[in-house]
Design a protein around this ligand. Structure first.
Ligand code: PHE
Length: 516
């Protein structure tokens, strides 16, 4: 910092009756330095100040020379006086210098100091007053000159210039003190130990400072799209399911969904099985207090009937092995151990199943959704990873029909900007009928598969204890797929993993187009 003017300003104020002017109190200090000291004192309310813009006069280098040594005319006059008996005109330049002679003799003439007598100059008076020099000294001291005629002449002779200058009128502030005490910027361990913190003056925070730009966090692209889906679900009256359960039993991931134990999807090809521990405990007497099961945040409005997991387990065994609820079942020996094997969940439908079973304690229309990670042992390529995020929704109600599911999908996907849908019959062990959903993508100009859906089978819902006339829609899609389409990403590895570019949404041309 340049020499700090804070204390000199406070000092000048203490000696003055009223306000002080910076150009008078500190004539040779650049106004920038004055300003920084004033800011410092002003922020502490020790002074008040206002800026006054005005024009000031400053000497040119030539003017400075005259202020110090006298004007050209005075020099010529002196030379004439010194010559005693007249100064030969042709000798003037030799004595005072050519430049001075030229300007000086004309001016000395005009002022009537000298006269011409044949080829010599003679003085007409004994003494003169060097007005030019005196005026320049006045200007140097006060930056002004009240004699307009004299000023015009000085400016014509290029001895002074006009300059813009800021002057500060400074007065005492409400917290004026004679001295600016040293201000601490840190509370140190030492200050705490020696007690000096009690009397120390701490520098106040400057909340007006813009500060250095700090790096801020960025949402992962998938999170942004996830957020869009979440708001669509919430807008449509859905509740979010607790999905913090990545390791599931075969029971919740498959058996409860009426997926037969020899189904190819359970094959080691697709499912990641957990090796340690290999299996889960059998169903508990009091499953609601199972410490491994996250508590649902959803509250029912009427008291729940007590859920019997042992009975549910037995119902699932029967419906697979022997048939029940009007279904002939798969007719194979159902293996309880297979049900207890631990897997990384292959879909979040395991969570939906758990929530639907809870719903059976108090059956009522319900809309649930979740968006979370699922795992499949697939060959990794540009569009497939061994894990992805599944968007899942279920709607439970009485009297639902397939037409209602199609209608719902049209509304749901329209909110994502997909307005043309096609439905293709498909197969899921747990839904009947099942439909693959295709959407026409305007940007890509083609039909793309966007989801899988269906109405859950009675073989899945009735073992839970849900009423016979309750129907449940279910659908699932991946979060990655719409994200890749939306942002024109062709390789899924650009979207997940350590190579993801968090700025790509902002820099992506597809996004720019949308904004335009
Ligand atoms: N579980 C299915 C999948 O992983 C999605 C789905 C959920 C289908 C519910 C129908 C009903 O693709």
């Amino acid at each position: 910092m340049a020499s700090d003017l804070s204390n000199p300003i406070l000092d000048a104020l203490s000696k003055s009756e009223g306000p002080i002017l910076s150009n008078e109190a500190f004539p040779s200090t650049p106004s920038l330095h004055v300003k920084s000291a004033l800011d410092r004192l002003g922020s502490r309310e020790m002074v008040q100040y206002e800026a006054i813009n005005k024009d000031v006069l400053v000497l040119t280098p030539e003017g400075e020379g005259i202020a110090a040594n006298g004007s050209q005319e005075a020099k010529v006059f002196e030379a004439v006086v010194a010559a005693m008996d007249g100064l030969k005109i042709k000798d003037v330049a030799g004595i005072v210098g050519k430049d001075i002679a030229q300007i000086g003799q004309g001016n000395a003439f005009k002022k009537g100091w000298i006269k011409k007598d044949k080829d010599v100059f003679r003085a007409t008076t004994d003494s003169i007053v060097d007005e030019t020099k005196n005026n320049l000294i006045k200007v140097k001291e006060t930056q002004t000159l009240s004699d307009d005629k004299a000023l015009t002449e000085l400016r014509k002779r290029k001895l002074v210039n006009v300059q813009k200058a800021i002057t500060y009128r400074i007065s005492k502030g409400s917290k004026y003190a004679k001295e600016l005490v040293k201000e601490e910027t840190d509370l140190t361990a030492e200050m705490l130990q020696n007690g000096s913190w009690k009397t120390a003056h701490f520098k106040p925070y400057n909340f007006k400072a813009k500060g250095a730009p700090t790096p801020t966090g960025a949402f992962h692209p998938l999170n942004k799209v996830r957020q869009e889906f979440r708001s669509i679900f919430f807008e449509m009256g859905f509740e979010e399911m607790p999905t913090n359960r990545f390791v599931e039993t075969g029971f919740w991931n498959f058996d409860a969904l009426f997926v037969p134990q020899q189904h190819p999807a359970r094959d080691l090809q697709d499912t990641f099985y957990i090796s340690d521990p290999l299996t889960a405990d059998p169903p508990r007497e009091d499953p609601e207090n199972d410490p491994h099961r996250p508590k649902s945040v959803m509250k029912s409005t009427t008291p729940d009937k007590k859920l019997d997991y042992k009975e549910y387990w037995e119902n699932v065994r029967q419906v697979h092995q022997d048939g029940k609820y009007g279904s002939i079942g798969y007719r194979y020996p159902w293996d309880a151990d297979e049900s207890l094997r631990l897997v990384l969940r292959t879909h979040t439908t395991s969570i939906s199943t758990y929530m639907l079973h809870k719903l059976a304690a108090n059956p009522r229309p319900a809309r649930y959704f979740s968006i979370d990670r699922v795992f499949r042992n697939e060959a990794v390529d540009a569009t497939h990873l061994a894990e992805f995020h599944q968007i899942e929704g279920v709607i439970a109600d009485f009297g639902l029909t397939l037409g209602g599911l199609i209608g719902f999908m049209e509304v749901f996907f329209a909110k994502m900007g997909i307005h043309q849908l096609r439905f293709k019959p498909a197969y899921n062990p747990y839904t009947e009928p099942s439909m693959e959903i295709f959407g026409y993508h305007e940007g890509l100009g083609k039909w793309v598969e966007i989801g899988n859906s269906g109405m859950f089978r009675p073989e899945m819902l009735e073992p839970m204890g849900l009423p016979k006339d309750m129907r449940v829609y279910g659908w699932g899609l991946s979060l990655e797929r719409p994200t890749m389409i939306k942002y024109g990403v062709s390789n899924i590895r650009e979207l997940l993993g350590h190579k993801v570019d968090l700025n790509f949404i902002e820099t992506n041309p597809a996004v720019r187009l949308e904004k335009e």
